[in-house]
Design a protein around this ligand. Structure first.
Ligand SMILES: [Mg+2]
Length: 167
């Protein structure tokens, strides 16, 4: 599959992604990055908006699965609270976790999307597997390394500017 740094869609936050939008695109499974997509690195408590959005997405016809590179237990604890399936140690942008998710649910890649905040892991990894990539803005880049990484993403974000979805 192609190497591409261009997200299929861009959103300000996961809360801008609706089941209706996903259904329109033929998407049946939403994979979710964890850190800086659902919660910042500094807390495991989501905002009320993210929590409500997540509950609504879980109750919709769309399947939801967290696919995170994290090795920390906080991801599993969070997902348990929401009754969410989760795959950790996903190794994005490499195929491991995304392919595992595709196999477990049995959907074709084009029936799936992955929403995440990082181009060089989430977007690249999803694109490589033929999964729709939805780039969301990082909740909080709290250190210099995260800020610098975002600067390195700006050319791709500029190129994909017409792919922005609005809530
Ligand atoms: Mg992330």
């Amino acid at each position: 599959m192609a190497i591409s740094f261009l997200p299929t869609m861009m959103a300000d936050a996961v809360t801008d992604i609706s089941p209706t939008l996903l259904k329109q695109k033929g998407i049946r499974l939403l994979m979710l990055d964890f850190d800086n997509t659902l919660v910042p690195y500094t807390t495991s408590v989501p905002t009320v908006a993210v929590s409500d959005w997540l509950k609504a997405m879980i109750q919709s016809e769309i399947e939801v699965c967290v696919v995170s590179n994290s090795r920390k237990e906080r991801v599993q604890i969070f997902c348990r609270e929401y009754g969410l399936h989760c795959i950790t140690h996903a190794k994005k942008p490499f195929p491991k976790g995304i392919r595992q998710c595709l196999q477990e649910y049995g959907f074709t890649p084009s029936e799936c999307a992955l929403a995440g905040d990082q181009i060089y892991t989430d977007t690249l990894g999803a694109n490589a597997q033929g999964v729709h990539s939805i780039l969301v803005k990082a909740i909080h880049n709290h250190n210099i390394w995260l800020k610098l990484r975002h600067v390195a993403e700006l050319p791709w974000i500029g190129l994909a500017s017409k792919r922005r979805i609005h809530s």
